[in-house]
Write a protein that binds this ligand. Structure first.
Ligand code: BES
Ligand code: ZN
Ligand code: MN
Length: 484
């Protein structure tokens, strides 16, 4: 495992590689050697984003010049993306130094560098008979021009959050054959050794607890559903949780009786991405030990078509007591989350945040790289958006417009799970809103960013871990008393 350190001064002779920055111009950042810059220019490069060149220097460590784009556009996200894109090529070296561009170096730049390196180096190779060679990379030293007393802590948080996101990626990338509801439950139970309190409700418990929503979605599969409840008590002062988190954990979404077509099913193993990121968040919290009380619930089920599967038209009495007509079994996310939100609400949290791959509509509105945030409390929505921006996992708010509430009214029951064609992300949120009571609540529809069809700057194709780092940051910001 690679170590990170922050240091001041000039590049050291023992490094195998110096990564140095070039702004558009080209205009050299700190520690760029004149010879390397000449070669960079001679190659026709001008410092545009991602324009990189490896320059060998006889008698000295090699220099990797990376283009950051215009100096005026520099942000932590630029650093994260540029280092993320080069991270895998660093793995073959033993000691790498990275000369960070601004002066003095803010903590957000140090964090973004660590995040880029950890997230960008990720690969999912569990299902290959010949995994790639073991990385040699022992140390990454971040060269800054002034020592930051909080540097060590910044590195620790950035590193644990990014590792948590990679842990979530592994779960999302694991095929549904292996990643069953019980598999998620066992991962959760594995977290008990970190000091978390982990409860798993199996079929009998779900029945006793009236979780008919979760049971109804799981009925078509021979791998039965679970509700995973995790509590972290880093704060004995508050009896009720300061934060409750919920994550949709559909381990495979075939659509149920209302079967999806083949192309739509291709990546439905990722329909537990919200649950994976909530699990990963709890793991990071257990390791970071912030003084706060957090509870999480992950409803896990497989939405298949077995002979006992729920039929369109069936009516289910959800845990809250509301009766829901299942018009279409492919709108299952809101049905399992309804029970989970009810369990959380009952525990009296100050706020609830949930995340799930709920609607293609969110992706149609905001594209692949942004999640939708919808909630009943503007201050809470703002905090979630700020946490997303700080981590490079961007969200955008959609309105929870009460007038659309009629879309989830049923002719035969209290609610129906399938609204009309338009405004799907909003009507999904209006459905969930029925189960949070008066609790301030924000819902993240992560269909777009949770899964990448193509590689991005710091993720390969597949699960991205989004929004794990948003959630961790959100929790840590609450401890500090607001986003910083
Ligand atoms: N898991 C899907 C949402 C989804 C869609 C995730 C595309 C990833 C990519 C959810 O349960 C669902 O099926 N939503 C449907 C509803 C309906 C049209 C069948 C949707 O929003 O497309
Ligand atoms: Zn789904
Ligand atoms: Mn579905």
């Amino acid at each position: 495992m690679t170590d990170f350190a922050v240091r001041t001064g000039d590049p050291a002779a023992d490094a195998d590689l110096l990564v140095a920055c070039v702004f558009e111009g080209p205009e050299p950042g700190p520690h760029v050697s004149r010879g390397a810059l000449e070669e960079y220019g001679a190659a026709g490069l001008t410092g545009r984003l991602h324009e990189s060149l490896l320059v060998a220097r006889p008698g000295a460590s090699a220099e990797l010049l990376v283009g950051l784009g215009p100096r005026s556009d520099l942000s932590p996200d630029v650093i994260r993306r540029v280092l993320g894109k080069t991270a895998r090529s660093l793995l073959g070296r033993e000691v790498v130094e990275v000369a960070l561009p601004d002066s003095p170096t803010p903590a957000s730049t140090i964090a973004a560098s660590v995040e880029g390196c950890v997230l960008g180096a990720y690969a999912f190779e569990r299902y290959r008979t010949q995994p790639s060679a073991e990385p040699r990379l022992r140390t990454i030293r971040l060269l800054v021009d002034r020592a930051d007393p909080a540097g060590e802590e910044t590195i620790r948080v950035a590193r644990l959050s990014s590792e948590a996101a990679c842990w979530a990626r592994d779960l999302v990338n694991t095929p549904a054959l292996d990643c069953t509801p019980e598999h998620l439950a066992q991962h959760a139970e594995g977290l008990a050794s970190l000091g978390l309190d982990v409860e798993v409700w199996r079929e009998d418990d779900l029945a006793r607890e009236r979780c008919a929503g979760i049971l109804s979605v799981g009925r078509g599969s021979s791998d039965p559903p679970r509700l995973i409840i995790i509590t972290y008590r880093g704060d004995e002062k508050h009896r009720s949780p300061s934060i409750a988190l919920a994550g949709k954990g559909i381990t495979f979404d075939a659509g149920g009786t209302s079967l999806k077509d083949a192309a739509e099913q291709e990546w439905m193993k990722a329909d537990m991405a919200g649950g994976a990121s909530v699990l990963a968040t709890m793991r990071a919290i257990a390791l970071l030990r912030p003084p706060i009380h957090v509870v999480a619930a992950i409803p896990a089920a497989e939405n298949l078509t077995g002979p006992t599967a729920t039929r369109p038209g069936d009516v289910v009495t959800l845990r809250s007591g509301l009766k829901c007509e299942i018009v279409n079994t492919d709108y299952e996310g809101r049905v399992v989350l309804a029970d989970a939100l009810d369990v959380l609400r009952e525990r009296g949290p100050a706020v609830i945040v949930d995340a799930g791959t709920l609607t293609g509509a969110a992706m149609e509105a905001l594209g692949r790289d942004m999640y939708a945030v919808i909630g009943n409390d503007q201050a809470l929505v703002n905090d979630v958006l700020a946490a997303g921006e700080a981590t490079g996992e961007f969200g955008w708010q959609l309105p929870m417009w009460r007038r659309y509430r009629t879309e989830v009214e049923s002719r035969v029951a209290d609610l129906k799970n399938m609204p009309g064609r338009w405004g799907g992300a909003i009507t999904a949120a209006l459905f969930l809103h029925e189960f949070v009571g008066d609790t301030p609540w924000a819902h993240l529809d992560i269909c777009g960013p949770a899964w990448a069809e193509e590689p991005g700057d710091y993720w390969p194709a597949g699960g991205t871990g989004n929004p794990t780092r948003t959630l961790i940051r959100f929790v840590l910001d609450r401890v500090r008393g607001g986003p910083s």
